[in-house]
Design a protein around this ligand. Structure first.
Ligand code: ZN
Length: 145
């Protein structure tokens, strides 16, 4: 178990040090700003849509390693896919975070996001892991209307 946690920590630190799809880009359809005051995390996220396909997500993130790494992993999972698929992934991620260790993400579906399986045991960090996904859902909801 110690080794597994070490592996998960490495995944999170790799994404934190070299965030995927980071930086704000043009063009975009929706821009949202989400904050997590309990930790000090801040995220500006831009969503670019091509019909119901997520063409690009770009972002500027500040805050802890959990929040930044979770956002980085999220972009890997949803860019190029449909908004419905992204929302389904969002819902599964929330279910895991609220499961307090009883629900585990599946690696085939969630890739590097399985590194956050352990975060559900730490209620103070749940909002950190959730920040990017919450911003994504907000942006998709606004982009569709
Ligand atoms: Zn945080």
């Amino acid at each position: 178990m110690a080794d597994l946690q070490g592996l998960y920590q490495d995944i999170i630190l790799d994404h934190y040090r070299a965030k995927h799809h980071s930086g704000l880009r043009l063009p975009y359809d929706v821009e949202v700003t989400h904050v997590n005051p309990s930790c000090g995390d801040e995220l500006v996220l831009r969503l670019s849509l091509d019909g119901t396909t997520i063409r690009d997500i770009s972002y500027e993130a500040q805050g802890c390693s959990i929040s930044q790494a979770s956002t980085s992993v999220m972009t890997d999972l949803v860019i190029g896919g449909s908004t419905d698929h992204a929302l389904a992934l969002h819902d599964g991620f929330v279910e895991m975070l609220e499961g307090r260790g009883t629900v585990e993400l599946d690696e085939d579906t969630y890739g590097d996001a399985i590194a956050f399986n352990g975060v559900s045991q730490f209620p103070a960090r749940v909002k950190c892991a959730m920040l990017g996904w919450a911003a994504l859902k907000d942006a998709i909801t606004r982009g569709r209307s």
